[in-house]
Design a protein around this ligand. Structure first.
Ligand code: SF4
Length: 306
């Protein structure tokens, strides 16, 4: 079958036209054949990963997901296009019905998302992720939501209806300067911390289930020593903190540093990366000493639901 062609990234007649420009992003609409993808590797403790969108408006410099773009032009333009899986709600419902036919007593473990952010800006308009949470209310799942977006707070009532939920809010650094360099389009650190706080404070045990709350400092980017303590103290609002070293690779493998821009930035931050292991270890030691009673996990173990 011929590969689909996307307007703006192809020669000749496109298969998919730009539906609109949304905040500078080319938006396309497709129907998905399936929503639930079997997992392996880093998230192998889950049955499925779930990505409501393809592509991501945040376009973080270190994002490995760019490697899964439909073509090389779109890979190079990572962050400037998004494909909406328009029939996602319907497909998910069918897949969960099928799962429960085979496994009537076991809710599937789902990780949302691995190659997109389910609460990137377009979600504020499309409410696609929200529609999937509505399906999960009918067909229970064990769910982890991975996002860096405060938009998730708009779905607090929906989050409370999921009996087994962990929210992972990503904040890879305590430095705004570092954030702006590595992920200039993403929400500020303050906005993300406020989002975790708002979820924590708004959850009402009398109105539903209480989600677990993690802050994932992943990949762990530099935070200047002078800013570390103040940052770490703000993380007390989470139940779990996850850290993970930033492994550089130019081999296109599934590690969080496959984009050239991120590799160049590592040179700018040589004060951290020239001695990365030691800086990472010192940061980890500070987390342990300043956050007694809060679970600190590393790498794969940190991304598990339990
Ligand atoms: S938010 Fe996540 S999926 Fe989106 S670009 Fe950043 S790292 Fe990639």
């Amino acid at each position: 079958m011929a590969k689909p062609k996307y307007e703006g990234y192809c020669k000749g007649k496109p298969t998919y036209r730009v539906r609109e420009k949304y905040e500078g992003t080319n938006i396309y609409v497709q129907n998905a054949k399936s929503l639930l993808t079997k997992t392996s590797g880093f998230i192998s403790s889950y049955d499925f990963s779930l990505n409501p969108y393809r592509g991501c408006q945040y376009g973080c410099s270190y994002c490995y997901a760019a490697a899964f773009s439909p073509n090389s032009k779109m890979r190079q333009d990572w962050g400037n296009w998004v494909i909406i899986k328009e029939n996602a709600q319907e497909v998910l419902e069918k897949e969960l019905i099928r799962w429960y036919r085979k496994n009537p007593d076991r809710p599937p473990r789902i990780y949302m998302s691995t190659v997109t952010d389910p609460y990137q800006p377009i979600e504020g308009k499309e409410r696609l992720t929200r529609s999937l949470l509505e399906v999960m209310r009918e067909y229970p799942v064990i769910l982890v939501i991975q996002t860096r977006s405060p938009l998730i707070t708009q779905d607090i009532p929906q989050l409370q209806r999921i009996p087994h939920l962990r929210v992972n809010l990503t904040i890879p650094t305590g430095s705004e300067e570092v954030r702006k360099d590595f992920e200039p389009r993403s929400p500020t650190i303050k906005a993300r911390l406020n989002a975790v706080k708002l979820i924590r404070e708004s959850i009402d045990e009398t109105k539903g289930f209480v989600p677990k709350l993690s802050i994932t400092i992943t990949p762990t980017l530099p935070t200047p020593v002078a800013e570390q303590e103040a940052f770490i103290k703000k993380l007390r609002i989470a139940d779990r903190i996850v850290i993970q070293e930033f492994h550089a690779s130019t081999r296109g493998s599934l590690v969080a540093s496959t984009r050239p821009k991120a590799l160049a930035l590592k040179e700018k931050y040589s004060w951290w990366y020239d001695n990365e292991q030691q800086n990472y270890q010192q940061f980890k030691d500070k987390l342990m000493s300043l956050l007694p009673g809060i679970e600190i996990r590393e790498g794969k173990a940190g991304f598990s639901y339990d």
